[in-house]
Write a protein that binds this ligand. Structure first.
Ligand code: GLC
Length: 458
């Protein structure tokens, strides 16, 4: 049987909105799909408040960080069939709510997350405070559907914040605007009174998470269905957020551009010249965000690392997800992947942290990052005892294998930079890094090479 994808599901909802529109009911705020806001590439600032103009200062740490941990944790972790199960399995709300009576994360659950994040070389974490299911992991007076008033009997967000800070990492909160639990969550699209109530509820919850835990570094909104920025009063909401957290950065999923874009499940970028907004690819290690016990489609550590390197190459960040189990423990394959990546980061992290947009991109076996005039060639498919870069238009001064410290010989023409004297086997099984010192910022022009390289032999 064909499984309905989230995208198809949302399209169905969109079609419903269109039908309402045809019937003359005002759905001006309705029928927008989250993908639109997730991908909105806009560089121009909107009319009205978006975020404060001191973005370069606020986002500086994040541009250094490049690698963060995403955590999806909620009642769906107990259900163990993906975070969209409530809708995709058509579960009645009252039945789903029973999970709140079972959810009971073990003591210290967040410490293990933060320790693993640190060990993996991640610099910040973003945890779901409330996902689409509507359950709040934090304490609030606005609903009883929250961790302190259900089985956990305590504020899980508080424990998370403490654990993240203990490891010296930056603290981020995910918050889903879409809500499948609240009675006004869908009808707010067409009923003005419901909208007023639900927007007040939403702003109230956002106020809770922005004011209860000290300094927060990232606010990560998600899915703005079924309203527009206007309907959510997103300008006002962002203003409140910045009043409470003047140094925070916010993403683009409340219908405004925010401080950074959020390409999902693919590597985004590259950052455009002069763009002060950043971008961050969010990605799962298998095919689910929330714990899904049957999902064994795990990526290899090499694939995960390649994605991280490609993000850094484009001047972007990589937010890699874990979906902890019911008691908060991390699935074994995720631990293995992050441990392997962490080992690599320990040695090569400097080629990722603070990496700037790299113009050199073309190779069949390597990806590149750059810091100033230094080009890092990350060889993930080792070709043998020499490597070469076509169309490198910048003079190379020196080169060495960063992984081993061994120098390499450089032979350079205007069409090719060739590096010889490498071992036959890759010194690092995930990726060996070559450090190439250039005379100026490295530039590659393979089209120039194709046009100008002398041809011969007809
Ligand atoms: C999507 C999904 C959601 C996930 C998020 C992460 O919007 O609906 O389940 O939390 O992406 O980016």
């Amino acid at each position: 049987m064909k499984r309905i994808s989230r995208r198809d599901y949302l399209k169905t909802i969109g079609a419903g909105g269109a039908a309402l529109a045809a019937s003359g009911i005002n759905v001006a705020c309705n029928a927008r799909q989250p993908e639109q806001s997730a991908e909105r590439p806009s560089v121009s600032e909107p009319v009205g408040f978006n975020t404060p103009p001191n973005r370069p200062d606020r986002i500086a740490w994040w541009n250094q960080a490049r690698f963060g941990m995403f955590i999806h944790f909620g009642l769906y972790s107990v259900h163990a069939r993906h975070e969209w199960a409530m809708e995709l399995e058509g579960i009645p709300v009252l039945e789903y709510m029973k999970l709140g009576k079972r959810f009971d994360p073990k003591p210290g659950f967040a410490r293990a997350w933060a320790r693993l994040a640190k060990q993996a070389g991640m610099k910040y974490m973003v945890m779901t405070t409330k996902h689409h299911e509507g359950f709040c992991n934090f304490s609030t007076d606005l609903t009883t559907y929250c961790a302190p008033k259900q089985a956990p009997g305590r504020d899980l967000v508080k424990e998370y914040v403490e654990a993240v800070r203990e490891e010296g990492l930056r603290v981020g909160f995910y918050y889903s605007l879409m809500d499948w639990h609240h009675p006004d969550g869908a009808r707010c699209a067409t009923d003005p009174a419901a909208r007023q109530r639900f927007v007040a509820y939403t702003h109230g919850l956002v106020r809770n998470i922005m004011s209860q835990y000290g300094k927060i570094d990232v606010l990560w909104y998600d899915v703005d269905w079924p309203l527009s920025a206007e309907g959510w009063q997103s300008h006002k909401m962002n203003r409140m957020v910045f009043d409470l957290q003047p140094e925070i950065i916010v993403n683009n999923r409340n219908g405004l551009p925010g401080d950074f874009s959020t390409p999902e499940q693919h590597v985004g970028g590259p950052l455009k010249k002069g763009d002060t907004r950043g971008w961050e690819t969010c990605m799962t290690m298998n095919d689910s965000w929330g714990f899904n016990k049957g999902d064994d489609n795990w990526k290899s550590p090499k694939t995960v690392l390649r994605d991280l390197i490609h993000c850094a190459q484009g001047g972007g960040n990589y937010l890699l997800n874990i979906g902890p189990m019911e008691d908060g423990s991390i699935p074994g394959p995720s631990v293995q992947i992050l441990t392997a990546v962490g080992k690599w980061m320990e040695k090569h992290g400097d080629t990722i942290y603070g990496a700037e947009r790299c113009q050199v991109t073309d190779s069949a076996y390597a990806a590149f990052t750059r810091k100033g005039n230094t080009l890092y060639m990350h060889v993930d498919f080792w070709p043998g005892d020499w490597v070469a870069i076509g169309g490198l238009r910048t003079k190379v001064n020196s080169a060495r294998i960063l992984t081993t410290g061994q120098p390499m010989k450089v032979e350079q023409t205007e069409f090719q930079a060739k590096f010889t004297g490498l071992p036959a086997r890759s010194p690092d099984e995930l990726a060996t890094v070559l450090e190439i010192e250039c005379d100026s910022e490295p530039v590659q022009d393979t089209l120039w090479e194709r046009i100008n390289k002398p041809r011969d032999g007809v």
